[in-house]
Design a protein around this ligand. Structure first.
Ligand SMILES: NC(=O)c1ccc[n+]([C@@H]2O[C@H](COP(=O)([O-])OP(=O)(O)OC[C@H]3O[C@@H](n4cnc5c(N)ncnc54)[C@H](O)[C@@H]3O)[C@@H](O)[C@H]2O)c1
Length: 206
């Protein structure tokens, strides 16, 4: 995986989009697809798609395009989705609970396996198929289950503390839904998901 580590984030972010599209094609029994067709359907530049995919090897067949099954298998392997990735979530409020319930329909490779909350009234409740655990149990759970990915769905003012606790436990990749910047060491990757800033950016097009 080392050789992929210098790939720009923007390229990495497009790979799951390609993968979801290929899964849709596969469900329709489509066997091959050209970069032109991919570009039309995904509203992306075909040359950009070819360039993105060529970073990982040459899987296009001249005059035929890409084999859907080969390309999706390759993308799954590049993204590490060919194995199960256990995820923990901290903050089982409105958003946290919704994500847990949605997660049941997600691919088995990225699955929330345990949820934690700091409020006694939440501990012991069931969300999806999981029982909410107290924060004190997080570190042992993360270490015993070799969990590396965590989701933060606590209020902004608690996000940094929760991130620190996650990192201390062994988490190295964080998806942060709290609308605040969290500071992490250089070996930890954070992705922020902020609906408000997305809406603000979209308002430009009105
Ligand atoms: N609700 C939304 O639609 C939405 C959308 C986008 C982003 N967000 C953001 O997601 C976060 C959660 O939103 P929400 O509406 O679910 O909030 P919420 O108040 O319903 O839930 C927050 C949960 O975090 C827990 N918590 C608080 N401090 C904690 C700590 N130190 N350790 C562990 N658990 C702690 C609380 O007990 C609670 O269960 C917020 O930062 C919010 O801004 C929410």
């Amino acid at each position: 995986m080392d050789k992929y580590q210098k790939i720009p984030d923007v390229v990495i972010k497009r790979l799951p989009i390609y993968l979801r599209y290929l899964d849709q094609l596969s469900a329709m029994d489509v066997e091959t697809v050209s970069s032109q067709q991919m570009g039309d359907d995904l509203n992306l530049n075909p040359a950009q798609i070819r360039k993105d995919l060529s970073i990982f090897g040459d899987f296009g067949v001249k005059g035929m395009g890409y084999r859907v099954s080969d390309l999706s298998e390759k993308l799954r392997s590049i993204l590490g989705l060919d194995k199960e990735i256990p995820i923990i979530l901290v903050g089982v409020g409105n958003l946290g609970a919704a994500l847990c319930q949605y997660n049941r329909y997600q691919s088995p490779s990225t699955r929330i396996v345990s949820v934690f909350d700091g409020h006694p009234s939440k501990v012991g409740q069931t969300v999806g198929s999981m029982v909410v655990k107290p924060m004190e149990d997080m570190e042992d759970f993360v270490q015993q289950n070799k969990v590396k990915m965590g989701i933060i769905t606590v209020p902004s003012q608690a996000a940094q503390k929760v991130a620190d606790q996650m990192i201390e436990s062994g988490i190295t990749v964080i998806l942060n839904f709290a609308p605040t910047l969290i500071h992490v060491p250089s070996n930890v990757k954070v992705q922020n998901s902020d609906v408000t800033t997305e809406l603000q950016a979209l308002s430009y097009y009105l």
